[in-house]
Design a binder for this molecule. Structure first.
Ligand SMILES: [Zn+2]
Length: 368
């Protein structure tokens, strides 16, 4: 497929899900229809350190003024890089983050009150700059708990209704975060007992994008913790939308600490499309062999934004790709776009099953 086709922006009546994941870092970009965009997390690419979401919108020739919603699922390094630049470029966007604040967020608050900006190049600095800019714009930082609507648009003649809502953090996660903060307030004569901070992954925002009857589940880095926090809490939540998703952005880079059978059984259709952003640092590669197997047992259409493993012989891969091409509407573009990206598009005019899948840069089938 030539470059010119890859760079055609989605029509007003097309839902697009793009997952970027070059090895470290994750970003999801969603076209909600009608020129409205949602950006979930951010990563930057060298050498110019432009956020991938802005780079890709530029590639499509789309103005960032169409960005309506920006979500920081949790404040971890591999998810926040460039969020400030994204917000800066998007004057019409609301900014959402988890209501279950953790240690990093509190550190930023303290820095703000002390008037000391956090060090350049740190996660805290990214958060601080976002907070500053929102304040300048007179916009609130919007805090997310479970079952909240972040975006809604009613149907028009061409475009179905769209709802973006949250499934986490759970009320228990929010409460635990508040208690952890309270435990740090010094009282006269008291011995302070610190409750440990929860890892940010426990407080991450999982999103559901409902487009007509189709649902896409964006799993962020949410891990399984206990019945009150994590995936089982979502499955058991009677207040959530009970529809099943046909696309799953697999949580926490396919890590087994986020793999919960009941989530696949009860939140998703049978054999959903699965998309994964890898994580690679030193000897750590996610998904592990076990994680990869677990995903491939559940999905016959699993894709990874860039391939983190030793590559199979080129001819084998090419043969596998040819077979898949013959079977489904999948196109492969290795040279047209530099970043690892899985792109899914679905038109309001086609029936439920028809997703056009494009693998760009180093994106691959996960299970081939
Ligand atoms: Zn991550």
């Amino acid at each position: 497929m030539p470059n010119s086709i890859a760079s055609i922006p989605p029509d007003a009546n097309v839902l697009e899900i793009s997952l970027f994941g070059p090895g470290v870092g994750e970003c999801v970009l969603v076209h909600l229809g009608g020129g409205d965009w949602l950006i979930v997390d951010s990563l930057q690419r060298r050498p110019n350190l432009l956020p991938v979401a802005l780079e890709y919108l530029g590639f499509l020739g789309v103005e960032p003024s169409g960005i309506r919603v920006i979500v920081a699922t949790h404040w971890d390094d591999d998810h926040v890089r460039g969020l400030f630049q994204v917000l800066q470029a998007a004057p019409n966007a609301d900014f959402y983050c988890s209501a279950a604040f953790g240690n990093r967020d509190v550190r930023v608050m303290l820095d703000l009150y002390g008037g000391v900006p956090p060090k350049q190049g740190t996660t805290a600095r990214e958060v601080w700059e976002v907070f500053q800019l929102l304040e300048e714009r007179g916009k609130p930082l919007k805090l997310v708990g479970p079952n909240q609507i972040l975006y809604r648009r009613a149907a028009t003649r061409e475009i179905p209704d769209v709802i973006v809502s949250s499934l986490s953090p759970s009320h228990s996660a929010v409460q635990a975060a508040i208690q952890a903060m309270i435990s740090r307030i010094p009282h006269n004569g008291d011995l302070r007992v610190f409750r440990p901070w929860r890892p940010p992954n426990h407080n991450a925002i999982v999103l559901s994008v409902k487009w007509d009857t189709s649902i896409v589940l964006l799993g962020a880095d949410l891990e399984e913790v206990n019945n009150a926090i994590g995936w089982t809490a979502i499955v058991n939540d009677l207040n959530r939308d009970q529809g099943r998703a046909e696309v799953f952005k697999v949580p926490h880079h396919g890590s087994m600490n986020a793999f919960v059978d009941r989530a696949w059984d009860e939140l998703l259709v049978d054999d959903p499309i699965a998309i994964v952003a890898p994580f690679r640092q030193g000897d750590v590669i996610l998904p592990t062999a076990e994680g990869r197997e677990a995903i491939c047992r559940r999905s016959s259409r699993a894709f990874i934004a860039s391939f983190p493993y030793r590559r199979p012989a080129e001819t084998t891969r090419e043969r596998a790709v040819q077979r898949t091409l013959a079977e489904a509407s999948i196109s492969v573009q290795h040279r047209t776009y530099p970043s690892g990206q899985v792109r899914l598009r679905k038109s309001a005019q086609t029936s439920n099953d028809e997703w056009a899948i494009t693998l760009m840069g180093n994106a691959r089938e996960l299970c081939a």
